[in-house]
Ligand binder design. Structure first.
Ligand code: CU
Length: 382
């Protein structure tokens, strides 16, 4: 994900645009909604905003979306929701930030394209972020009343990293060794377009479903990506940007002995760095825990690949039940084939918990990238 450049010192311009995006090399391009300084540069997830504690910034969020919703068949007008005469209501909330009310992106502060229509609590076009809180990973996402689940799913989410050079430890992996992982579950039609339920489960709400579980996990906008790593420490900054799915993340090795895998320590949560790192995997007593990340939650982790043999391969796994914790148990996919075993790298991939019930209730046929058929390679180089 690109880092957003300011249009002038301390000021950013970010639009919402309809663009084409490829989620997977085996899928055609999909139409999505994206954030960016221009339509040509807009991406999903949106560009990352890097802010520094003590230095406030302003962001003018603008809406350039077409009148028709990307997921029009899923819009449910029976809900408590924004009702503009035309166009798509949007508003941006910076999740986890200590923000003044007028810049907080309240659901009724929505606005349509070119600010033509505005919700009852709308105050201003340009939002102000004070950046006074402790350094942590925040994320921005759509928050329009009755639309946010659809607008986020369509692509309107991005990262905001708040740093504190005076207090952040200098020993943490940085630069290309600090990697954000934005987790989103999705579902695709056979033509590669985004799929979302269009049939409700309650007669009062013909389209709306209270929860959604996609059968394909996207990381940073790519389905099941693959990352080559060096034998050293990495800092992964995880955010769960899925609507309903919890993740209980672990690292699987092809060697059944867990001790062969990397060690994992959690160093931070939503509010910032912990006082002391917590062992997730490895360390005293060789812990083998999983990292639980609820929707919208963030986790800051150090994964140490030091000393592992070149060519070792690891899979980032999720085994959380859906819904969590009492729902359907997980099922690992087994065909996460690596066709690049000859490369002198270690590999991290992402797998997905099997989920079929939403597709079944929608009455449509959805593309499955991992169920049935012959094993296929699904790794990508990020
Ligand atoms: Cu949020």
């Amino acid at each position: 994900m690109p880092v957003l450049a300011p249009s002038s010192p301390g000021h950013y311009e970010v639009g919402m645009w309809q663009v084409e995006h490829r989620f997977h090399s085996q899928l055609p391009m999909a139409t999505v909604w994206a954030y960016g300084a221009s339509q040509a540069t807009a991406t999903t997830p949106g560009p990352t905003i890097e802010a520094v504690r003590g230095y406030p910034i302003d962001v003018r969020w603008s809406n350039h979306l077409p009148d028709r919703h990307l997921l029009a068949a899923s819009v449910d007008t029976s809900l408590h929701m924004a009702h503009p005469a035309r166009g798509i209501p949007t508003v941006v909330h910076l999740h986890g930030a200590e923000t003044e009310p007028g810049s907080d992106g309240f659901p009724e502060s929505w606005f349509t394209a070119e600010f033509a229509e505005k919700g009852p609590t709308w105050e201003k076009e340009t939002y102000h972020y004070e950046n006074e809180q402790r350094s942590t990973l925040l994320w921005y996402h759509d928050h329009a009343l009755g639309f946010m689940r659809l607008n986020i799913y369509a692509g309107l989410a991005g990262l905001y990293i708040l740093r504190d050079p005076a207090n952040d430890p200098r020993t943490l992996p940085s630069g290309r060794y600090e990697i954000p992982l934005i987790l989103q579950d999705r579902m695709f039609h056979a033509d590669g377009s985004l799929a979302y339920p269009t049939t409700g489960v309650n007669p009062d709400h013909p389209q709306w479903q209270p929860e959604f579980f996609g059968n394909v996990i996207c990381v940073n906008g790519t389905a099941w990506p693959h990352l080559d790593v060096e034998p050293r420490r990495y800092r992964f900054r995880v955010v769960n940007a899925s609507g309903s799915r919890f993740y209980r993340l672990g690292v699987a090795t092809e060697d059944p002995a867990w001790s062969e895998g990397p060690t994992i320590r959690q160093i931070g949560t939503d509010g910032g760095l912990l006082r002391k790192a917590v062992w997730i995997a490895g360390g005293p007593g060789r812990r083998n825990h999983a990292l639980l990340v609820a929707p919208a939650e963030r986790a800051d982790v150090i994964v140490d690949f030091t000393g592992l043999p070149v060519g070792s391969r690891f899979v980032l796994t999720n085994d959380a039940a859906t819904p969590f914790p009492g729902g359907d148990p997980y099922c690992h996919i087994s065909e996460h084939e690596d066709n690049e075993m000859m490369r002198p790298y270690q590999v991290v991939g992402a797998t997905v918990a099997k989920q079929a019930s939403v597709a079944a209730t929608s009455g449509e046929e959805f593309l499955s990238l991992h169920e049935g058929g012959a094993p296929r390679a699904v790794t990508l180089v990020v």
